[in-house]
Design a binder for this molecule. Sequence first.
Ligand code: TYM
Length: 367
Amino acid sequence: MRGESPDRRVLAPAAPRGDKGGVTDATSPEALKKRPRVFSGVQPTGTLTLGNYVGALRNWVQGQHDVDPIFCVVNDHAITVRIDPEELRRNTREVASVYLAVGLDPEHCILFVQSDVPEHTGLAWVLNSVTYYGELHRMTQFKDKTAKKQLEGVSAGLLNYPILMAADILLYDTDEVPVGEDQKQHVELCRDVAIRFNGLFGETFVVPKPVIPKIGARIMSLDDPTKKMAKSNPNPGSYILLTDPPDVIRKKLARAVTDSGTEIKAAADKPAIANLLTIASALSGKAIATLEDEYAGKMYGHLKKDLGELVAETLRPIQEKIATYMADPAQLEAILDRGAERARHIAGPTLARAKQRIGLGWRQSGR
Ligand code: TYM
């Protein structure tokens, strides 16, 4: 807690931010109106990684009380690749538990599951008509996911995925979309689609902007610092899962690849050390330059050992809370049901507006 004696270790978890800071009228209609609407989401395709936490979730939590926040478990996106239905159900509950465990406040944020709000797929169909095949085909993530695959085996959903993501964002008159670097291109496509629709059919959508963190927008693999940390990597040593036990976390970091030389510096020719320093900086709240100074004269092993402790310590309370939410499905469902209801309140009128503009709202009565 702030005001207590500071932790003297080189790497200690940053003091939590995101408390209401004594602002009593934070949820008054006037205050909410002035704050930017924020929307973001995570796919329930597996247990989340430290990359998801550093690049996205941590920033959502830190900023939640300065904005008007909506966070969604985007399970409609997850079926664009083959996934076992039981696993999808479990992952959906787990991602929602992670949202709560990392500190998203369900009293303040709208937290919901995408498939509970059919307006998402409804608007995606409308946006299909103003998005070009060439635009979708050029998306880096589509190219990466389909590289070396026969097109026959690639679902149309995978190609259309960014349209659904655009629908997610545009349904809520979103101003800001906090994401990691890899999602920037999708948010830019969403902007293009919104601008095009507004140009063709009249002002309908707010044009959003991506918000990419300064530190940790792209956490790299522990076994190869040229690749993004991702749970799809076949080597489990390449990523840290939010549910990895402390000894596994320490071991994975101890085995992380390093660079030649001995100096602990975030230099261009030291991508592996730069990645470890980035994680350390994000989780401790210390600037990279400060960490470089503090590690001057020390060995790579020191940094890896301290980082193992820092990550394990940061994740320990989160893991305890994930387990608590997973063990209480009734509570989880109540929170998500309420979130879906609130989300539909906003999404319904936006979809109706878009359908009206494009001519799908056909009644002369204007209904
Ligand atoms: P997803 O589920 O792949 O990732 C969720 C978030 O985590 C970030 N992220 C990372 N950040 C830093 N380093 C990494 N190694 C790393 N890996 C993942 C991602 O950038 C993302 O912010 N299409 C999205 C989900 C989505 C969405 C949306 C996001 C669907 N609709 C609307 C925002 C708004 C996705 O697949 O993220």
